[in-house]
Design a protein around this ligand. Structure first.
Ligand SMILES: *[C@@H]1O[C@H](CO)[C@@H](O)[C@H](O)[C@H]1NC(C)=O
Ligand SMILES: *[C@@H]1O[C@H](CO)[C@@H](O)[C@H](O)[C@H]1NC(C)=O
Ligand SMILES: *[C@@H]1O[C@H](CO)[C@@H](O)[C@H](O)[C@H]1NC(C)=O
Ligand SMILES: *[C@@H]1O[C@H](CO)[C@@H](O)[C@H](O)[C@H]1NC(C)=O
Ligand SMILES: *[C@@H]1O[C@H](CO)[C@@H](O)[C@H](O)[C@H]1NC(C)=O
Ligand SMILES: *[C@@H]1O[C@H](CO)[C@@H](O)[C@H](O)[C@H]1NC(C)=O
Ligand SMILES: *[C@@H]1O[C@H](CO)[C@@H](O)[C@H](O)[C@H]1NC(C)=O
Ligand SMILES: *[C@@H]1O[C@H](CO)[C@@H](O)[C@H](O)[C@H]1NC(C)=O
Length: 578
């Protein structure tokens, strides 16, 4: 008779459980701290530990829904608590995607997949930096929402909030307009990419929570292990995979079912999503049937030989590395199989293209730049490349390759952390030269959408740990709030940086580059005038010619024209003589 009573007491306690957060909490130190070289010479280097802590803190600042009592971001309030009411569900919670207030499942899934994968490689860093509880709470805030967004096996909510720019809202988190439609895919209106993308996130995180590690005790924070949670995540991963593969509506991109997502997060295809979902499921469950699916999709969608970027829409380069990691482990401890040499060759073809500048160029100050993909956020392709290169380097076939991959990755990481022509570390609040005007409605403190640069003159809150879009293709950074390609923040921008920071917490005894930058360095080189990009084109017109220069040009063109005319006449006279 006492059992039900006891259960009543225990169950609510268990339901809320996650790792308990440190008390006092980790809070980002002021930016001036990032201009001091540390005296310690071992690992973890305190500056790298702080950077890791700040990068996670950014996700706390992006939280939507009812904030917990131990919320660390003093200027944030609970928000959008009625999300999902339009469809009779509770879709509150989760994360705001970027500088505005939409919640977008496809890039969120990529972010969670990327962070869980990184923690399966370098998770021990979170332990030594005392950040594992924050990693847990960050992941659960996203995954628990993704669980709510997946209320039945073949239904997935892919967007909450309006992407309609005419109705855009710029302001704080207390007055977010209530009109926040919820959009879903389902069995008859499917979205293969979004379903497979969410499956990959659940599978990668299931593997992490079940303690699967790519590199023994070096990786995976031990205290994160939780078989119950891992099983829940795995179930969602498997259901979503079946939904992606077998919906009666066939296989298609999710914007063809939900056009509203096309405005900001349309997907270019789903072959990569199916492959990576199958591969992470194989990794999480040790199932050779998922592994065979992954190999099959890899062939079917011709993913070999590609040389594009790795990002939320384009996962193929990550697939090369994940296949290599699984094959390497299979060699040692049996398991899923795969020919390590084959995957090594594929990876090295891809990485050699990057480090030899065959597939992309470098800006004049050294940032990896892909025409097109880099235009609206220059740092993201470079950071993802650096993250994959660093992860792959220990597996390289020769020590020369290992060295060149490591060196290139380091150059990109250094660039992002301040070794650039602007002397700007592109992580908010990490140093006095960090961006001061991130494009974030909440952090700006303004509500005048017509004057977001000047209202208020100074950003109200420091959005610690946020990686911004980055400089333009000439390496120039203007730090203007409305210039979203350069200053916007986003969930997926931080993800590769977290994994890179974790690697350096484990293995780097020297400070991140920014500690060598003193206050005022950016002010000395801050570009004058206006940017020339997809948000602000005022700087595009280029230098104007003076009146006398125009006259001189006209005279030259006139003379050249007469000479050409003379030559033509001469030519025809010669021909008629024949
Ligand atoms: C494991 O996760 C489950 C589900 O979130 C939770 O109920 C449980 O308390 C967790 N266990 C530990 C030991 O943290
Ligand atoms: C982590 O916590 C331990 C125990 O409180 C402390 O000794 C150590 O300095 C902390 N490490 C970091 C990087 O904060
Ligand atoms: C949260 O509420 C406080 C008090 O009303 C307000 O000052 C602050 O700006 C709000 N935060 C955001 C992000 O809007
Ligand atoms: C799927 O969603 C569409 C709207 O996008 C809806 O019309 C249809 O009834 C839904 N189908 C199922 C099986 O729920
Ligand atoms: C898809 O459906 C087929 C036929 O019912 C079944 O054999 C297969 O296992 C399903 N695939 C998945 C991933 O559930
Ligand atoms: C792996 O593939 C390479 C060619 O790419 C081949 O030479 C080698 O024998 C294969 N290894 C195994 C174990 O099958
Ligand atoms: C595994 O971890 C060790 C450090 O314990 C490191 O030296 C090695 O490079 C790592 N291997 C891979 C494949 O990441
Ligand atoms: C850690 O550093 C050692 C020595 O510099 C290097 O050989 C090893 O590959 C590094 N490990 C990782 C995972 O970067």
């Amino acid at each position: 008779m006492w059992t039900p009573f006891l259960l009543q007491l225990i169950v609510p306690v268990l339901a809320a459980a996650q790792l308990s957060l440190p008390n006092p909490p980790y809070l980002p130190p002021s930016a001036s701290n990032g201009a001091q070289t540390s005296s310690s010479s071992g690992t973890p280097n305190p500056q790298w530990s702080n950077l890791l802590g700040n990068l996670i803190y950014f996700y706390d600042a992006q939280r939507s829904g009812t904030l917990p009592a131990n919320n660390r971001v003093p200027w944030r309030n609970s928000s959008s608590v009625n999300d999902g009411k339009d469809v009779g569900l509770d879709l509150s919670g989760g994360y705001f995607d970027a500088g505005d207030f939409i919640k977008a499942t496809f890039p969120l899934s990529f972010t969670l997949m990327s962070i869980c994968w990184g923690a399966s490689d370098y998770g021990k860093a979170y332990d030594v930096a005392n950040q594992t509880a924050y990693l847990d709470s960050m992941l659960r805030w996203g995954l628990d929402w993704l669980i709510k967004a997946h209320p039945s096996p073949s239904t997935l909510y892919v967007l909450v909030g309006s992407t309609d720019l005419d109705n855009a809202y710029w302001g704080g988190d207390e007055n977010i307009p209530l009109n926040r439609p919820s959009y879903s895919i389902n069995d008859t209106k499917p979205g293969t990419d979004a379903a497979a993308g969410a499956s990959a996130a659940f599978a990668a995180c299931a593997a992490l929570y079940s303690g699967r590690a790519f590199n023994g005790s070096y990786s995976n924070p031990a205290s994160l292990q939780n078989a119950t949670y891992a099983q829940t995540l795995q179930t969602h991963a498997q259901q979503l995979y079946t939904f992606a593969v077998n919906s009666t509506g066939g296989q298609k991109t999710y914007q063809s079912s939900v056009p509203a997502v096309g405005e900001s997060y349309g997907s270019s295809g789903f072959g990569d999503d199916l492959t990576i979902a199958a591969l992470f499921l194989a990794w999480a469950t040790s199932s050779s049937s998922y592994y065979q699916d992954a190999q099959h999709y890899f062939q079917q969608y011709k993913l070999t030989g590609q040389d594009g970027v790795f990002n939320w829409d384009s996962k193929t380069p990550g697939i090369y590395v994940l296949f290599a990691q699984i094959a390497q482990i299979a060699q040692a401890s049996s398991g899923l199989g795969g020919n390590f040499t084959t995957w090594q060759t594929e990876c090295e073809r891809y990485f050699d293209g990057i480090v030899n500048n065959n597939v992309a160029s470098l800006t004049s100050d050294g940032l990896l730049y892909y025409d097109g993909d880099s235009n609206d956020a220059t740092l993201n392709p470079a950071l993802n490349a650096a993250m994959l290169l660093t992860r792959y380097a220990p597996m390289a076939s020769t020590s020369d390759k290992k060295a060149s991959y490591t060196k290139f990755a380091q150059s990109q990481l250094d660039y992002v952390l301040g070794k650039n022509s602007m002397s700007v570390p592109y992580v908010v609040g990490s140093n006095p030269n960090s961006p001061a005007n991130p494009h974030s409605a909440m952090a700006s403190g303004g509500n005048d959408i017509g004057n977001i640069d000047t209202s208020p003159p100074q950003e109200a809150y420091i959005l610690y740990g946020a990686v911004v879009g980055g400089p333009d293709k000439h390496g120039k950074f203007y730090d203007i709030r409305s210039d979203w390609p350069e200053t916007e923040v986003a969930l997926d921008y931080n993800a590769p940086m977290l994994t890179l920071a974790a690697m350096h917490v484990l293995n780097d005894t020297s400070d991140p580059f920014f500690t060598s930058l003193q206050a005022g360095a950016y002010d000395k080189v801050r570009p004058s005038g206006q940017p020339c990009d997809d948000a602000i084109s005022d700087g595009c017109s280029g230098p104007k010619l003076s009146k006398s220069a125009i006259i001189a040009l006209a005279v030259i063109l006139g003379v050249v024209g007469l000479i050409i005319l003379g030559l033509i006449i001469w030519y025809f006279r010669i021909r008629t003589r024949k």
